[in-house]
Each structure stands twice: as C-alpha cells, then as structure tokens.
Write a protein that binds this ligand. Structure first.
Ligand code: UD1
Length: 368
C-alpha cells in the first residue's frame, strides 16, 4: 500500500461485491500516483466478509493490496453488524481523518461507514449511487437510500440512477455519470477466467449446464421456500446440470433440506475468476444477486432474476436479464426460450466500457 500521513482518502470495502468494485479504483489511483488533492489512499476492510472464499481469494485474484486497516466487524444481526462497523470506523477517524471516504455499493459496511464519516465531518463519495428497487423489504434498499441521503458526491452507473438522485433532491452538480466499475473488473480479468476444479469433476462443457446463485434472506431464510424454489428450478432444467455455488447463509438452510433435486450440483463459493468462467460458459444464470445480472449482461449470457424487482432496470431493458421472481410459469417459459436459443441478445448500457474507474479518479482529483 501507499499510505502516508497526509493527505489521504479512505477506500471502504466490506463484502465480496465491494472487493470487485474497488479493485479497479485502486488500480486507477495507483496509476495516477499521489497528488496534492488526494494524496495517497488508506484501504479499510470492514471485516463484514472474512472467510477466504468470500474475501481473501478476491484480494489475491484481483490484485488488491492488503488492507491498511481491518475493522474486524464479522457477522451479526443487521443492527449489530452496522453498529460494530460504525463504532470501529469512528474510532479510526478519531485517530486520523481522511480528506474524503469512498464507499461503494449498498451493503451494511457502506451505510455504517457513511454515517460515521459524515458525523465526523468527512465528505463521502458514493460509488454506484442512486440505484433503487423500491423494495423496502431488502436491507440493501434501506442502505442505498440512507447512504445517498447524506453522501456528498455521487458516482452513478446509469442515467436512471442520476434521475433517481435528482428526484430525491441531491445536488445535481455533485452527480457524475461514470459507468460501472464492476464491468471494469470484468474487462480487465476476462482473459484470465479459468475453470474451477469442479469443471472436470462434473463433466461440464460450454452450454451444458446452468448456474444458480441464491443468498437473499427472502429466498433462503425459510428452508421450505428455498426447497420449493430449487425444486421448481431443477425440474424446469431437467436434462441439464444446475451448478450452485453456495453462499454460507444459504448453506445453513440447505443442511435442513432432506432431499435435493438430482440434477442440482452444490459447490463451494467460487473465487472471482472461476465463478465468471462458469457464468461465461453457462447456458443461463439464475440469480437473486444484482451484480451478477450486470456481469451476465456484459457477457451476453441469458439471465433470470429470482426476485420481483431490480435496482438495475437497464439489465432488463437493454441487457440479457428478465425478472421471474418465484413464478413457476414465468421461469418455465423463459427457460424454454433459452433452451431453444431464442433469448434476447442484449446490449451494453452506456459507459459500461471498462473505463469507469479512470473517470472516477479523474473527477476525484478535480473535486477534492
Ligand atoms: C451481504 C450484503 C449483500 C451482498 C452479499 C454478497 C448486506 C445487508 N448484505 O449479504 O448485499 O450481496 O453480502 O455476498 O450488507 N458469513 C460467513 N463468512 C463470511 C461472511 C458471512 O460465513 O465471510 C455468513 C455469516 O454467518 C452471516 C451470513 O453469512 O450470518 C451472511 O453474511 P452477511 O455479510 O451478514 O450478509 P450476506 O448475506 O453475505
């Protein structure tokens, strides 16, 4: 790392998708080199994700330097986790204040550090600001709205996100349409994607399997609902293997289910390069993650979102994604189209061109 006393900015990351979003920003900062306005950066890992599978291997594969600070927050209820990150970050700020804090995405770490920073008079720049699902049942929607309501600068992935912020009264001079840093990471690493160990073990070949990921509380916290959803998916995918890299939250629930569908293949959570290899060569991906719908769009892979709403409408309107929720009819009809090769091709949203982080860093130099 490149931390020197003053000035410096904080870069906050807490969870798996955060690591994917900050990697190219760090690389762009390093390319730019220290400057009068920004100085160096201090990488703060909140410890929300701590397992090697969800954290360590992302640092290694995406060439993210070791964090300068680890807040060691760990798991807990929503309030416990948020409070523990806030308390630890506040303490860090008491010792040394950055010129600004950069937060990304919509996870508890994003909200907690934004609250702590703003109350300590540290300006906050939010990367991936302004996206909205309108689904208040998801902790991420609350995190987005609260983070945006107190952030100072907004880096947005789409024009719609800018409109959402304008509607909520954000200062339009502080809203910057830069594109999507997750796609920067995808473009930088695409040539390094490589098959996971399970590729040979389960005789996987391009387009002879589907990928499913599920970790949203609404889909996985009730094991009866989870079991029903997996049955529906796997029977609609009869004749194909359904590869399921299992998130720790989901694993606990799966342990309660006595019999899983025969074509369902459970594998460990995958590192970035292996997971995206699987997605790139899959016939389709079924997911309740938002980031994966963006990656599927960028790779032109058919994608079905197992939710009723999305904060990323461009992946549906322009991309390869469709919302099917838990509706058996929609799921079956969509999969039939995919199996017949009749799914939409999709287009890339504007500025998802691999250069978003460079735009962000150039703007940070102007702004700070
Ligand atoms: C969090 C984010 C979600 C993001 C997801 C990516 C919030 C509210 N949610 O959800 O937006 O899509 O990360 O994975 O911030 N656990 C481990 N090892 C770890 C981390 C977690 O075993 O390294 C277990 C814990 O027991 C925990 C559970 O997974 O109870 C959930 O972790 P948590 O970070 O609370 O939320 P996610 O479901 O991962």
């Amino acid at each position: 790392m490149s931390f020197s006393r003053e000035p410096f900015i904080d870069i906050i990351a807490g969870t798996r998708p955060n690591f994917v979003k900050i990697a190219p920003i760090i690389h762009a900062l390093e390319k730019y080199g220290p400057s009068k306005s920004i100085g160096n950066y201090r990488l703060v890992s909140t410890g929300q994700h701590y397992d090697k599978a969800l954290c360590g291997c992302f640092f290694e594969q995406l060439d993210i330097p070791q964090p300068d600070e680890n807040l060691m927050a760990g798991s807990g209820t929503q309030a416990e986790q948020t409070a523990s990150i806030m308390t630890a970050y506040e303490e860090l700020l008491f010792n040394e204040k950055p010129t600004a804090s950069i937060v990304v995405g919509d996870v508890n770490s994003t909200l907690a550090c934004t609250l702590a920073a703003r109350k300590m008079h540290v300006p906050v720049a939010h990367v991936e600001a302004g996206i909205r699902s309108g689904d208040w049942g998801m902790p991420e929607e609350i995190n987005r709205v609260v983070t945006d309501s107190i952030s100072n600068y907004f880096f947005v992935t789409t024009k719609q996100a800018a409109k959402n912020l304008n509607k909520s009264g954000a200062n339009s001079d502080h809203i910057h349409f830069v594109g999507n840093t997750m796609i920067d990471t995808l473009r930088t690493n695409e040539s390094r994607f490589s098959p996971p160990v399970e590729w040979d073990e389960f005789n996987l070949n391009a387009k002879n399997y589907l990928v499913v990921t599920l970790h949203r509380p609404s889909n996985v916290d009730d094991f009866y609902e989870l079991s029903k959803l997996l049955e529906t998916i796997c029977s609609a995918c009869a004749g194909y293997k359904v590869i399921f890299p299992v998130h720790p939250r989901t694993l606990r629930q799966l342990a309660e289910i006595e019999a899983l569908p025969a074509n369902l293949v459970l594998i460990n959570p995958q590192p970035y390069l292996q997971f995206n290899y699987l997605v790139k060569h899959a016939l389709a991906v079924l997911t309740d993650s938002g980031g994966i719908t963006e990656e599927a769009t960028a790779m032109s892979v058919p994608c079905l979102t197992l939710r009723d709403t999305t904060e990323r409408p461009e992946t549906v309107e322009l991309g390869t994604n469709a919302l099917v929720g838990k509706c058996e009819e929609k799921l079956t009809q969509s999969l039939k189209k995919i199996f017949k090769g009749k799914w939409k091709q999709g287009q890339l949203p504007e500025k998802w061109d691999g250069k978003s982080s460079e735009r962000i860093v150039a703007l940070l130099h102007d702004i700070l």
